[in-house]
Design a protein around this ligand. Structure first.
Ligand code: PMP
Length: 308
C-alpha cells in the first residue's frame, strides 16, 4: 500500500503502515463484508487538533455493524480513544480518518459463524479537499448517472458497508467518463438520491430541500451538520422527494460529506446552476462550517473533540 502515514492502528496495536496487512483470503475482499467510516480532524487555533463529530461517526460504525450482525470487539470509548491515539502517534495536525471493521481470514463461505468477531483498523493520514480547493470556491460540474441507487430492500444504504461502494464506484466512474467531477444518482423511483459519496441540498427562491432518508441515501453526518447550521441561521430545510428537473431549475446546489466537506455544484448535466458560481446560501453554510474549525462559529453542540 502507498504509505500515507507512519503508523496504523490494527486490532489494538499501533504498527508501521507497511506492516498492517491481511491475507488474500480475507472474507471482506471476497464478499465486501466490512463496515467503515470517514472522519476528519481539523487543526483549530483555539482547541488544537479536533476530531469532528467523533461520537456520531463511531455510533454510525456500530450501527452499520449491528445491521450486518457483526461483532466489533471494541467499545465506542475504545474506538474513540484509538482514533485520538493514532492521530497523535502520526503527529497529524489535520487528518482524514478511516476506521474499518471487517471479517478477516475466517474461511470461505457466506455463512459467517455466529458471534464471529471482526478485525478492526484505524488509519489516519493527511487528505486535502476531496473535490479540490478550486471546487470548494467555484463549484464542481456534476452529472446524473444511469445507475440508480440501491433499492431499500436490496442492500441497506443506511449502513456504511464496503459492498455499497461498488454502487458509488459505478456512479463516479460514469460521471468522470462523461467529464464530470462527481456523479449524482437517482433512487429506483426516479427521485434524487445522493452523490457517489455526498448528500445534496438544493435551493430555489429561498426554499432549501434535501432528499429524505427513504431516497436511498446514507444519512450523512455533514448533512445533519448543514441542516443544523442552516436552522441556526433561521432557514428550515424541507426533506422531500425531489424530481430530477429540480436540479436544473435550482438557484443553488451544494454537496456535502466528510471528504467533500461543503462544496457548491455549478452545473448538472451541463446545465448551469443559477448563475454558475457559488450561491449566497452555500457561501453562508460553507463559512459557518469552516468557521467551526477556525473558531468563528461557536461550537454550541460539542462537535469538536480535542485530540489532547
Ligand atoms: N453518502 C455516501 C454514499 C457517502 O459515502 C458519504 C460519505 N460518508 C455521504 C453520503 C456523506 O456522509 P458524511 O457526511 O457522514 O460523511
Amino acid at each position: 500500500a502507498k504509505k500515507q502515514a507512519e503508523f496504523i492502528w490494527f486490532n489494538g496495536n499501533i504498527m508501521p503502515w507497511q506492516e498492517a496487512t491481511v491475507h488474500v483470503m480475507t472474507h471482506a475482499i471476497h464478499y465486501g463484508s466490512s463496515v467503515f467510516e470517514g472522519v476528519r480532524a481539523y487543526h483549530t487555533p483555539h482547541k488544537g487538533t479536533c476530531i469532528f463529530r467523533l461520537q456520531e461517526h463511531t455510533q454510525r460504525l456500530l450501527d452499520s455493524a449491528k445491521i450486518y450482525r457483526m461483532t466489533i470487539p471494541y467499545t465506542a470509548e475504545q474506538i474513540d480513544q484509538a482514533t485520538k491515539d493514532i492521530i497523535k502517534k502520526n503527529n497529524l495536525k489535520s487528518a482524514y480518518i478511516r476506521p474499518i471493521a471487517f471479517y478477516g481470514d475466517i474461511g470461505m463461505g457466506l455463512q459467517v459463524p455466529f458471534g464471529q468477531e471482526t478485525e478492526m483498523v484505524i488509519a489516519a493520514f493527511e487528505w486535502g479537499a476531496y473535490l479540490g480547493e478550486e471546487g470548494l470556491q467555484n463549484g464542481v460540474d456534476a452529472g446524473i448517472t444511469s445507475w440508480n441507487r440501491l433499492a431499500a430492500n436490496t442492500m441497506p444504504t443506511g449502513a456504511k458497508a464496503g459492498g455499497n461502494y461498488l454502487s458509488s464506484q459505478l456512479i463516479s466512474m460514469e460521471a468522470r467518463r462523461h467529464g464530470y467531477q462527481e456523479g449524482i444518482a437517482l433512487d429506483i423511483n426516479g427521485y434524487l438520491s445522493e452523490g457517489a459519496g455526498e448528500n445534496l441540498f438544493i435551493m430555489r427562491n429561498g426554499v432549501i430541500s434535501t432528499p429524505p432518508r427513504t431516497a436511498a441515501i446514507l444519512p450523512g453526518i455533514t448533512r445533519d451538520t448543514v441542516i443544523t447550521l442552516l436552522a441556526e441561521m433561521g432557514y428550515t430545510v424541507v426533506e422531500e422527494n425531489i424530481p430530477r428537473e429540480a436540479l436544473y431549475l435550482a438557484d443553488e446546489i451544494l454537496m456535502c460529506g466528510t471528504a467533500a466537506e461543503v462544496t457548491p455544484v455549478r452545473s448538472v448535466d451541463g446545465i448551469k446552476v443559477g448563475n454558475g458560481s457559488r450561491g449566497p446560501i452555500t457561501e453562508k453554510v460553507q463559512s459557518a462550517f469552516f468557521g467551526l474549525f477556525d473558531g468563528t462559529t461557536e461550537d454550541k453542540w460539542g462537535w469538536l473533540t480535542p485530540v489532547e
